[in-house]
Design a protein around this ligand. Structure first.
Ligand code: ATP
Ligand code: MG
Length: 312
């Protein structure tokens, strides 16, 4: 029998390509499942299959039980899962998102039915997992839109550059607000926070943009941890995610804080109906000063993401 988990479906968004959506999504899934023992499903919906590549190099898995197209076209998500560790499950990416979008449009020619095509699926998955992270491409195709319509929380990634900041506003206005206008109370997704990424603290202009971001959206809507441009994160994209040395531990600490903050933001929002007044103090790493903090020092450096058991 399934235990009810009251799981949350989470999507990290930004229309701009190459700003770390996939990397951050994958790290949150791995860190959340291994350090915090949360039951997590990671789903790759991007025909670039970057998450699938990351998982292949991290867990040395080359054969997957089906892929997302099988899951969707056969209404069988649970049957398409590859188990990566005790707490982390995965649905691999497919090579053609166009094929999936065409399939969705044929099955559901009517807009509203299409936009809610995954409602029953997500309701079923919420019973099995604590979190479902869906990696999406940098677009708002009909499939992405259907995922957003029935997801619970959106984390907006924000590069601190003027055009990127305008792009985020456009995504909010053109995609999110339009879905809310069309479906009102039928949609319940919430932007749970804005996560600044690819930050370089040496650049005064970026600090200025961070100030503008806080003024515009309110400090309580901005994650306390920011993700800097990092050679180590770039290497993870080549070699897979590792936990072999002190640099890795700092990265895992940064993502441990983002995961804890995400969880606390959700709890706060579900308790108060707002994120106004929320604050979080990093416990694992100081991402600006590149320092590991007390709880971060407890993360055991044990080589690689393990295929069984937890990291502690
Ligand atoms: N903070 C970072 N610092 C430096 N490199 C990074 C960082 N985050 C990700 N990268 C690297 O940048 C590249 C793009 O990252 P990623 O694929 O995660 O971006 P994305 O937003 O998912 O891209 P897309 O929009 O194409 O899906 C990868 O090579 C990755 O390893
Ligand atoms: Mg990506």
């Amino acid at each position: 029998m399934l235990t009810a988990h009251n799981g949350k479906v989470i999507i990290m968004t930004n229309m701009k390509g190459g700003i770390g959506k996939t990397t951050d999504n994958d790290l949150l899934s791995i860190v959340g499942s291994q350090l915090f023992h949360k039951k997590i499903l990671l789903v790759d919906y991007d025909q670039q299959r970057n998450t699938t590549s990351n998982i292949t190099s991290t867990f040395q898995i080359t054969n997957y039980n089906n892929s997302l197209s099988y899951a969707i076209e056969n209404h069988n998500w649970l049957g398409s899962i590859t188990k990566l560790s005790d707490n982390l499950d995965f649905i691999a990416g497919s090579f053609s998102s166009k094929g999936l979008v065409d399939w969705l449009n044929e099955q559901f020619p009517q807009g509203e039915k299409r936009d809610f095509a995954f409602k029953d699926t997500f309701d079923e998955l919420r019973n099995v997992y604590d979190y479902i992270f869906i990696d999406c491409p940098p677009s708002a195709d009909n499939l992405v839109q259907s995922f957003i319509t029935t997801c619970d929380y959106i984390v907006q990634l924000q590069e601190l550059k003027r055009f990127a900041m305008e792009g985020t506003q456009t995504f909010t206005d053109e995609v999110l607000l339009k879905l809310i206008a069309a479906y009102q109370d039928k949609v319940h997704f919430q932007i749970i926070g804005i996560l600044p990424v690819l930050f370089s603290s040496r650049m005064d202009r970026q600090k200025e943009h961070l100030r503008i971001l806080k003024d515009r959206y309110g400090e309580s809507n901005i994650f306390a941890t920011i993700i800097k441009g990092s050679d180590r994160l770039e290497i993870y994209g080549e070699d897979g995610i590792r936990l072999k040395d002190y640099f890795d531990r700092r990265i895992w600490g940064i993502f441990a804080d983002i995961f804890c903050e995400l969880e606390q933001r959700i709890q706060y929002y579900e308790r108060t109906g707002d994120t106004e007044g929320f604050s979080y103090t990093p416990q694992f790493a100081d991402s600006i000063k590149n320092k590991i903090l007390a709880k971060g020092r407890e993360i055991k450096i044990n080589g690689v993401a393990t295929t069984s058991g937890s990291i502690k």
